[in-house]
Design a protein around this ligand. Sequence first.
Ligand code: ME8
Length: 608
Amino acid sequence: MKDKFFVTTAIDYPTSSPHLGHAYEKICADALARFWRLKGARVHFSTGTDEHGLKIQRAAEREGKTAQELVDERSSEFRRMCDELGISYDDFIRTTEERHLRVVRELVGRLLEKGEVYRGRYEGFYCTECETYYSEEELVEGKCPVHGVKTEWVSEEGYFFRMGKYGERILEHLRKHPEFLEPESRRNEILRRLEAPLKDLCISRSGFSWGVPLPGDERYVLYVWVDALMNYLTAAGYPGPEFSERWPPDLHLIGKDISWHHSVIWTSLLLALDLPLPRKIFVHGFITYRGEKLSKSRGLTLDPLHFARTYSPDSLRYFLLREVSFGQDGSFSEEALRTRLREELIGNLGNLVHRVLTFTWNHFGGKVPEGGADPSLEREVASCAEETGRLMEGLKIHQALERVMSLARTGNEYFQSRKPWEVVKVDRAKAADCLFNCLNLVKCLSVLLSPFLPFTSGKMAGMLGVEVRRWEQASAFDLKPGHPIQKPEVLFRMVEKTAGTTLKAEDLERVDLRVAEVVGAERVPGSEKMVRLELRLPEGKRTVMAGIGKSYSPQELVGKRVVLVANLEKKKIMGVESEGMVLAAGEKEEELSLIVPDRPVEPGKKVR
Ligand code: ME8
């Protein structure tokens, strides 16, 4: 049992809009924060945006905005995503806020005073995508090992943090406290990397200005990761009175591309500052789509709000929490989401709640009928609450949710086997007793579901006229006979699918397909897949990004006549504004075949 729970997520780079991977991390942290609140812990949950650095400055330049304009706009998109998904953060921190700059200045000043920083010369490689330094040995075929993009050679005078001297202490900590970094596979990765001597860390950057000026030498800006990691201290209220209550964090929840930054860079900074280390860093897996990691830099993103708005925020939360084994990668597909919505949310949970409440409404005047708790059902509910609690404490989020849903199945079986719709005609008291038990089970479910599906839990509790406040409510059959319920409403609905359903001829008319000639083609740096095409149409040229680079070389493309979806909304892909899409057939990226007219057709001609 914890009396406090300070949980943080990574703070996202607002270089482009949030994607499903960002949403996944926030949803997992939210489920844990909500769980611990119900358990009575003093919870502090922070998330936010990481707004400095070269990557942000370059993104702003690409979009013709100032860096401040870019981060203001985009940070609000991340916050909106959190709000729409029901993320119950207590603090949404932006690293450009004055309260954070104060903390960074003070703490870097302290490092300088303590002799933890010295002047030197940095020579090596830098990946702007992850804002990380790499040595030559760390690169993979000369490219960033995480993003697969070209790195930049950096050679500059700068300031170094004596990180190297903490290598041994970090190793010792990892060995003594295996729970510090989980899952085990991630800890082993870090242990292996720490077999080589740990180097000092260059913490200054020059040549651009979008960052925190380095205290004491403002020709430099502070390396963005030092600034970003310190967000956890700012969010904890450093150095105010709440800080000692909240610190250390009970859980840093992060993705696997940034486990080194947290377990090594962050840990050594905290050691140097004599601050207590976090209790746990948990590394979740990546959300993939058709076998590829979602990533802004690769132009492969899925908009969480699209799915939340189409299917409901809880449907998306449910899918991600239930589908992905926490700590491992998990793949997203709309089809799989629809299947879980249909079979589990509608078919199991929605069905139970609907039949129990509707039956009560229709046959018992909307009041909990007379009955006594069925001891074996009550025991089953209590053991579900106990097991779910234990699974959540052990960070087995997907198993916890699975366990809760098994209780909904038990509820359905209970109702089904007692046939109250028949029994009510011959033995009203017996039917009443069945409903009394089912209603109490539904009430317990509304508590058990509340960390995972807050909107649904709220609706269920609302219909039952109860308020979910404590986890213990999950195992008590305390709805009393005579307690009124509200008119039942449907919890989940299936939604017509926009793609893949039958279309009318008029629907097809809306898609403007045209023949276009490829007059230029080049590979997009950093991607094996993306090719930037210049297409000729009678009205002028268009730039279109096409994911056909594994099937075609740029040379073979020039001169081809292709089919262009000409009235598609413009979209930025890998920094390039794409004005349409070309059609190709095939499943695998290496086996795509462009759709081309098999007789000469002039560019601009309509495809019908
Ligand atoms: O790394 N699936 O920001 P970021 C799941 N600003 N999680 C994913 C993901 C995917 N496909 N793609 C990214 C940064 N993430 C830094 C963090 S913290 C002091 C600074 C996760 O916007 C990623 O692993 O690139 C990270 O935890 C978070 O999203 C933000 O990624």
